[in-house]
Design a protein around this ligand. Structure first.
Ligand SMILES: [Zn+2]
Length: 113
């Protein structure tokens, strides 16, 4: 499993420059990316992205598939995995946002919650 992280930038030019820098992998890449993200971006959503998929070859229907409790993925009820096709489409954006839970855990860890 991996994570999909959505960042929000107030400034479109900074956002586009950030994406270009991420895709270039250029010199001092890590430092520049961290500086831009730290100064201009806010994490607004974190989604668990599946890396293992249903290979059961069953009909995609309400009878066979349902929403998972933990991540909000649409999964095959028997194997508990989404189809690879589901994961590749925009449907992944319908998965649950893990950010509120992560913030709660962070607050508890730091003694603020
Ligand atoms: Zn399956």
């Amino acid at each position: 499993m991996s994570r999909l992280v959505v960042l929000e930038f107030e400034d479109n030019d900074v956002a586009e420059g950030f994406v270009k820098l991420l895709n270039s992998g250029g010199f001092e890449f890590t430092t520049q990316v961290a500086a831009i993200a730290g100064a201009h971006a806010e994490v607004v959503k974190v989604i668990a992205k599946p890396t293992q998929f249903c290979t059961c070859n069953v009909e995609y229907s309400v009878k066979n598939f349902g929403k998972s409790r933990r991540y909000g993925w649409t999964v095959h009820i028997k194997c508990k995995k989404p189809t690879e096709e589901w994961s590749k489409t925009h449907n992944i954006s319908q998965a649950y946002d893990l950010l509120p839970e992560m913030r709660k855990t962070h607050d508890t860890d730091s003694g603020n919650g």
